[in-house]
Design a protein. Structure first.
Length: 195
């Protein structure tokens, strides 16, 4: 796990909180709305925030945003059902994927393999739990079957994984730039001492 100061963790937590607040309320990306960053927020919280308390805080934020979007923002309440509770393990899978990857995080190309694996597994598990619980447990579909469910996964999974990859990719580029910028003065100092 990255060794970040409490100050840096608070800053990252604030940025992730704002990112979810700005992107989640619309639920659908369009030309005037960015794609939902919720999946990436849970993954990145797992990577960067040491406290396990971050998970319930981001879950509470997601619920609050959904409540406000439905109550005051005109967003349809169609997705709210008993299956909504399954978002806890769905987002938990992404958070755990981030925790797993945090132990492998480094500024080296070979860390892209565990990053890709943790994103793929976390994203697929999240989609299967969230869509599966909605499809089979929400009561919105008559006679749900696995044969009818799989095309839904094929329809929604690429969008979810694409948004996840977009935001985590931006975070990875930012991480590399900041890490290299921090290391540059140290490298110059060491080069000066060796002369």
């Amino acid at each position: 796990m990255p060794r970040l100061s409490a100050h840096h963790q608070i800053l990252i937590g604030f940025v992730l909180t704002m990112l979810m607040a700005v992107t989640r309320s619309h639920h659908v990306a369009s030309l005037d709305h960015m794609p939902d960053a919720s999946w990436a927020v849970f993954f990145l919280a797992g990577v960067y925030l040491r406290s396990a308390f971050a998970l319930p805080l981001f879950l509470a934020e997601a619920v609050l945003i959904d409540y406000l979007a439905i109550t005051f923002g005109g967003v349809s309440a169609f997705c709210i059902s008993p299956a909504y509770a399954a978002l806890l393990p769905a987002y938990g899978a992404l958070w755990l994927g981030g925790r797993w990857y945090a132990k492998r995080l480094d500024v080296r190309l070979d860390t892209l393999i565990p990053l890709s694996a943790s994103l793929a597994v976390g994203g697929i598990v999240c989609e299967l739990i969230s869509s599966g619980s909605f499809y089979f447990l929400s009561g919105r579909f008559t006679d749900p079957t696995l044969a009818d469910f799989m095309p839904r996964v094929a329809e929604y999974l690429p969008t979810g994984l694409g948004s996840l990859a977009l935001y985590v990719g931006l975070a990875a580029v930012t991480h590399v730039i900041l890490t290299l910028a921090q290391r540059a003065p140290q490298a110059r100092s060491q080069a000066g001492e060796s002369r």
